[in-house]
Design a protein around this ligand. Structure first.
Ligand code: NAD
Length: 258
């Protein structure tokens, strides 16, 4: 029996760690050729090792999603792998320091916006142009629980993730008749490098307590797993979701239902 993504080429940004890395593995296990973009060469090397061990085809491209020239070159290079990009997962993102809105520096605000918002738009722009020439495709962007909800000391991050939903919905309706579906996923708390980084200022016991407190905020009383986000991205990228566009799907153990 053919695997679900046999013959498909999937582009994933932020493929060197966390949700992007696990998604690369999940798509590869489902038969896709995966092209991973990240600014971390070490991360890409780890992903490449995992996928090659799984017998999958993986191409790594070092690029900065916040840089216009870097994104154009990366999407061109991704296209060169098989001649097309059927599905794109624009997932690279960064967190912010725990800082009150009025204490944020311009530099930090700008860094978060450039990577989390401009980065998604730059990738979408290049992907949409390519998908128009090939007659369609599916794009999924990574939003967040914080796209729709608030958390103290996360103003820049929350604003950036709300913008991802706006980008997703507007682009979705613009290209709805072009065979290009554009959706987003909104993860709850997922234990990845990003979460570790946001707790890195704390002592070990404090960090464990904070991780436990975040888990307890979810009605399911646990954190999510990167694979659980990957599975939702695969659904939105697949033909099973062929009438789905412009949605932001929460994957958060019920958190957004509170
Ligand atoms: P992560 O830090 O493990 O992975 C993020 C990856 O993005 C890293 O490999 C990093 O090198 C890459 N990256 C960052 N900036 C980049 C840039 N400018 N160009 C290219 N690559 C870049 O984090 P994660 O938790 O896997 O995060 C993935 C996405 O999920 C992010 O958009 C994040 O905001 C979102 N998210 C995470 C959580 C969570 O709890 N972990 C919750 C909601 C949303």
């Amino acid at each position: 029996m053919a695997a679900r993504f046999d013959g498909k080429t999937v582009l994933i940004t932020g493929a060197g760690s966390g949700i992007g890395q696990e998604s690369a593995l999940a798509f590869a296990e489902a038969g896709a050729v995966v092209v991973g973009i990240d600014r971390s060469l070490d991360g890409l090397a780890r992903t490449a090792e995992m996928l090659r061990a799984a017998g999958a085809r993986f191409e790594a491209i070092e690029a900065d999603v916040a840089n216009e020239g870097s994104v154009s070159a990366a999407v061109e290079a991704a296209k060169a792998v098989t001649g097309r990009i059927d599905c794109a997962f624009n997932n690279a993102g960064i967190t912010q320091s725990s800082t009150l809105a009025a204490d944020l520096t311009f530099e930090e605000w700008d860094r978060v916006m450039r990577i989390n918002v401009t980065g998604v738009w730059l990738c979408m722009r290049a992907e949409i142009k390519l998908m128009q020439t090939q007659g369609g495709g599916a794009i999924t962007n990574t939003a967040s629980f914080l796209s729709h909800h608030s958390m103290p000391m996360q103003t820049a991050y929350a604003a950036s993730k709300a913008a991802v939903v706006g980008l997703t919905k507007n682009a979705a309706i613009e290209y709805a008749t072009a065979g290009i579906r554009i959706n987003a996923v909104a993860p709850g708390g997922i234990p990845t490098g990003m979460m570790a980084q946001s707790l890195s200022g704390l002592e070990h016991e404090q960090a464990e307590a904070a991780r436990h407190a975040i888990a307890e905020m979810h009605p399911m009383k646990r954190l999510g797993r990167p694979r659980e986000i990957a599975q939702a991205v695969m659904f939105l990228s697949s033909d099973e979701a062929e009438f789905v566009t412009g949605v932001c799907l929460p994957i958060d153990g019920g958190w957004s239902a509170l």
